[in-house]
Design a protein around this ligand. Structure first.
Ligand code: SF4
Length: 48
């Protein structure tokens, strides 16, 4: 069975979740389930 991979430039990702919706639509994923998701993390120190 083929294994597919999505390669994403995380510096350009704006978190719009369109890839999540596209995956759900293309794979007929039932309501309430997802095959992928977006995780947003903020780390480090920032100047105020
Ligand atoms: S959430 Fe997905 S579709 Fe939206 S910018 Fe990020 S990688 Fe692209």
């Amino acid at each position: 069975m083929a294994r597919l991979t999505m390669v994403i430039d995380t510096k350009k990702c704006v978190g719009c979740m369109d890839c999540v919706v596209a995956c759900k639509t293309e794979n007929s994923v039932p309501e309430g389930f997802n095959r992928d998701w977006i995780v947003t993390e903020v780390d480090g120190k920032f100047q105020i």
